[in-house]
Design a protein around this ligand. Structure first.
Ligand code: PHE
Length: 350
């Protein structure tokens, strides 16, 4: 190849590079152009390799033009590269600016679960009038959960679709209420007895007001002279302390196999003060549990003489109490572990 051809080639290459660099839009494109025009496999390298074939007189001239072109392309590339880098940095600085006026990141306040709060508060309220806490197992023998509580074999609560039984152990159930702790307590303590028993219970139920696992608190009092008016007095005291308001309590006749007489415990709706609203479905009353005087059959099953001793018992749902206290409308919120829900109780946790 002649010197003239090589010089022409170099000039053409230079013009191409100038145009391409001018059009480049990013540091990435500049990098690609650097490889294209200056790399090992570039045309420029190829042209340089031809210089050896020129005569000794032609070679310096070719070298000079070649170096000029190489220098020019290098300069253009780094000039562009620099201006892109500056522009990219500026836009980064603009978008990643720290707004010093933004509020700081708060550390979330720890909180106890609302059911725990209610359990602790009720334990304190009953503790103040001499009730101690007794607990029992969640996997319970059917004797304590049903038989000793005078619940007959054909009772619906014993059916497979309502109760969780332990596989291959038909005599073991996930307790369906906290009432079996009554039996355990009466078997292990001598009257006078005054206990409450909070804990988890299980039923095959699931909707906005029922969960397969929920909590109850059981109350038990056994002594020689015990009357239903004392039962009502204890429940009224509890409602007053727990809700911090003088709300009426009403015992509505009902039936439980283990109490006689039995009653549902209603309290005046605290949201409308008895006038009727959505929470109480317009009735002015909300149900908070069941209660009654201990059935003589139950007394017998724990070897207590029903002619000598009397007692009362009550059972309430802890979620229900929490819903009424905090104004929660969906029971499922308790078990979804949503931090936005749980954080709201931090002010009660202190
Ligand atoms: N165990 C009953 C229930 O779960 C509630 C109850 C407890 C009723 C004690 C009377 C006495 O429905």
């Amino acid at each position: 190849m002649s010197l003239t051809t090589l010089v022409e080639k170099l000039e053409k290459l230079s013009a191409q590079a100038v145009a391409a660099i001018e059009l480049a839009k990013s540091t990435k494109e500049i990098e690609d152009l650097r490889v294209q025009f200056m790399g090992k496999k570039s045309e420029l390298t190829e042209i340089f390799s031809q210089f050896g074939k020129l005569s000794a007189e032609e070679r310096p001239k070719a070298g000079q033009v070649g170096n000029e072109v190489r220098q020019k392309i290098t300069q253009l590339l780094s000039g562009k590269q620099e201006s892109f880098a500056t522009a990219e940095l500026n836009s980064k600085l603009k978008f990643e600016q720290v707004d010093v006026t933004l509020p700081g990141r708060m550390r979330p306040n720890a909180s106890l679960h609302p059911v725990t709060l209610v359990r602790l508060e009720l334990s304190k309220i009953f503790g103040d009038i001499g009730f101690t806490v007794e607990v029992g197992p969640e996997i319970e023998h059917e004797f304590y959960n049903f038989d000793a509580l005078n619940i007959p074999a054909n009772h619906p609560s014993r059916a497979l679709q309502d109760t969780f039984y332990v596989k291959d152990r038909k005599d073991l159930v996930l307790r369906t209420h906290t009432s079996p702790v009554q039996i355990r307590t009466m078997l292990s303590q001598k009257p006078p007895i005054r206990t409450i028993s909070p804990g988890r219970v299980y039923r095959a139920d699931y909707d906005a007001t029922h969960s397969p696992m929920f909590h109850q608190i059981e109350g038990l009092l056994v002594d020689k002279k015990v009357s239903m008016s004392e039962l009502k007095g204890v429940l009224s005291y509890m409602v007053k302390e727990f809700f911090g308001a003088e709300l009426k309590v009403r015992l509505r006749p009902s039936f439980f196999p283990f109490t006689e007489p039995s009653a549902e415990v209603d309290m005046e709706c605290r949201f409308c003060k008895g006038a009727g609203c959505k929470t109480c479905k317009g009735t002015g009353w909300v149900e908070i549990g069941g209660c009654g005087m201990i059935d003589p059959e139950v007394m017998k099953s724990v070897q207590l003489d029903p002619d000598e001793y009397r007692g009362f018992a009550f059972g309430m749902g802890l979620e229900r109490m929490a819903m009424l206290k905090f104004g929660i409308s969906d029971l499922r919120a308790f078990f979804e572990s949503d931090q936005k829900f749980i954080e709201q109780f931090s002010r009660w946790s202190r």
